[in-house]
Write a protein that binds this ligand. Structure first.
Ligand SMILES: Nc1ncnc2c1ncn2[C@@H]1O[C@H](COP(=O)(O)OP(=O)(O)OP(=O)(O)O)[C@@H](O)[C@H]1O
Ligand SMILES: [Mg+2]
Length: 119
């Protein structure tokens, strides 16, 4: 059965905190209507290293980042990735990472609408 809006993707992106407002505006400009924003700490290829303390290994040197989570129509995912990449890039280390995942279901709680209709 043909069903409208069956395909949505989850885009998880980490960016430098000072880039949040610029990225939000750029995403709004391409029609993105919702996202989750979380302050996180993490490390990538430079900043993380491990240390042994009382026999256990600890990771140190976490760097503050902003994590964005957006569920978008699958056919808009490339545009969203491109927009985040172009807007968040400074060209220096630590500009972040973007991951794209398949979503098996999205639901709007108020109405029970699903997938693209739930966005
Ligand atoms: N493999 C990973 N899995 C999950 N999150 C990651 C991973 N690598 C990096 N991150 C996230 O990205 C952040 C680091 O971003 P960063 O841009 O420094 O990555 P990088 O791989 O070191 O690239 P760069 O060379 O540009 O610094 C971390 O805080 C974490 O949020
Ligand atoms: Mg890094």
């Amino acid at each position: 059965m043909w069903k409208r809006g069956t395909e949505v993707k989850l885009i998880i992106a980490t960016i430098k905190p000072f880039k949040l407002e610029e990225v939000r505006v750029a995403l709004t400009d391409i029609g993105i209507r919702g996202m989750m924003v979380t302050e996180i700490k993490g490390f990538g290829s430079q900043s993380g290293h491990t240390e042994i303390y009382r026999g256990a290994e600890y990771e140190v040197n976490f760097v503050p980042k902003i994590k964005l989570e957006l569920v978008v129509p699958a056919d808009q995912a490339d545009q969203v990735v491109e927009t985040i990449t172009n807007t968040a890039r400074t060209g220096k280390i630590g500009d972040g990472k973007i991951f794209v995942l398949d979503v098996s279901q999205a639901v709007r709680v108020r109405t029970g609408e699903t997938n693209q209709d739930a966005l």
